[in-house]
Design a protein around this ligand. Structure first.
Ligand SMILES: [Zn+2]
Length: 172
């Protein structure tokens, strides 16, 4: 089974044609923020679609691209990255800028446990700020996720992720 950019994947699991965008999974909150009762979240933190603060912890919403070997576009996880206040402020202050290519890569830790990746929460990686999309996160720490970011997955893997969870948005 193959798919090229913008095409649909004919799913071997359910027989339907899935848009890649439709089956990608995204997390609406950092796990530690989601774990709190709502009143607690409101008292101790704040969140927007891109930024989250909890006490003195700082998070940014990023994209974790994983190449799909039989598809022109990568599979993109939507996930939160915890950063130092200093690195958070660099991203925050340049978020709307037209050119961020001069900025160094920032450091952060994955703040969600991705379905399909057992010990993924806390993995250290680099954040590449971008003008066109949310920042890209690349895992540096040895892990299954790092391996997949280097070696790639297949369209079959992507639809399997989707059907394992049963819905595109985990805890959203
Ligand atoms: Zn399906």
């Amino acid at each position: 089974m193959t798919a090229s950019s913008g095409e649909k994947i004919i799913c071997p699991h359910c027989g339907k044609a899935h848009d890649i965008g439709e089956i990608e999974m995204a997390y609406a909150f950092p796990d530690d923020f989601f774990a709190l009762p709502e009143a607690e979240r409101e008292r101790r933190g704040q969140i927007t679609p891109d930024f989250c603060q909890l006490d003195m912890r700082f998070f940014i919403r990023a994209i974790i691209p994983v190449p799909m070997l039989d598809c022109a576009q990568p599979y993109c996880w939507g996930a939160w990255i915890e950063m130092s206040q200093e690195h958070f402020m660099i991203a925050y202050n340049t978020w709307e800028d037209d050119d961020v290519s001069y900025l160094p890569r920032l450091t952060g830790r994955l703040a969600n446990r991705l379905h399909e990746y057992e010990a993924s929460k806390g993995l250290i990686g680099e954040l590449e700020l971008r003008e066109d999309t949310r920042p890209f996160f690349y895992v540096l720490e040895d892990s299954a996720l790092k391996e997949d970011q280097h070696l790639g997955i297949t369209c079959d893997d992507a639809v399997r992720y989707y059907h394992n969870v049963g819905q595109p948005l985990a805890h959203a």
